[in-house]
Design a protein around this ligand. Sequence first.
Ligand code: FEO
Length: 386
Amino acid sequence: MKSNSIFYSGVNDHITDLFEGQYPVPDGMSYNSYVIKDDKIAVMDSVDVRFAEEWLNKVQKISDGKKPDYLVIQHMEPDHSASIMRFMEVYPQTTVVSNQKAFAMMKNFFGTDFSDCRIVVGDGDSLELGTHKLNFVLAPMVHWPEVMFTYESCEKVLFSADAFGKFGALDADKPWIDEARRYYIGIVGKYGIPVQSVLKKAASLDIKTICPLHGPVLDENLGYYLGLYNTWSSYSVEEEGVVVAYTSVYGNTKKAVELLVEKLGVYGCKKVEVYDLARCDMSQAVAAAFRYGTLVLASTTYNGDVFPFMREFVEHLTERNFSNRKVAVIENGSWAPLVAKVIGSMLEKSKNISFAQNTVRILSALNEESAEKIDALAKELCGVGL
Ligand code: FEO
């Protein structure tokens, strides 16, 4: 932090393999917390319970041994809230500051809602710390219903809860965008409308620094990050390109994918990403599908359905409101290919999906006819001959 009054008190987690029980985090995670020192001392959020003592030591050091006046809770998911009770054991005189929905969750998590030592705040309420002033902005469903942001108006700092976070510990020092996209699409992707509404609220604030609950503090080029959040939350295409997601049992569907990728290159598609859904980190494939404008789904037929990994993948897309994309299908089946039909019905409720004119049907293995169809699909996706 570039501030003389606001200090980072978060921790790095290199223990967790699957964040939220499903997202691989080979570079770890950070759980961020901040201490604001003024006439009053405020601590912004807690951390995962396994790091409570490390966090408390940091808070104590930053606070010069003084007792914090306020513990502000912006989000009750346990990666941020699970050390609240330990904090209150160490600092029983501290006042917990949060909103009504968060206090109701505290009662469920901890058996207490701190009714004798709390301040309940609502949208637009504020809390003076001295020179610094905390202004609370409710941000429901970004990513839980009780989430709130806090805008510190003296230094123009937005504490943004999960928003603008990323996978990866801070000491891993990896670029922001890819892991921020995978994090956003995976965790918050379903909640585009609430994100859009909080972005509108944020647009009225003069923000110099964003302090998220995961990932680095953002204090330069904020328009870039806000622009990406606008793109992602409106389900717009971030970049033109083709994602090919496939499943293959005996290699024949894979051969079709390889031929398509070769042809896409021949016809001038510059960005093509390929994901073997049985073997890749599926959250990478999901993030790619939301990044690019075109998605090719290639699957074997299996038990009268698409192959299980393909079903799982498409369900990840639809539950995150996949929309505004072009979709093409390559279906394989030895006696009754059903992939195009099943995928068509899985995407029936997805908004603004345009299906490619060329659907490729393979009966067990590529032949001259299906290879020609792949060629036609590649031309169509690259806009050749239009
Ligand atoms: Fe980082 Fe929704 O918790």
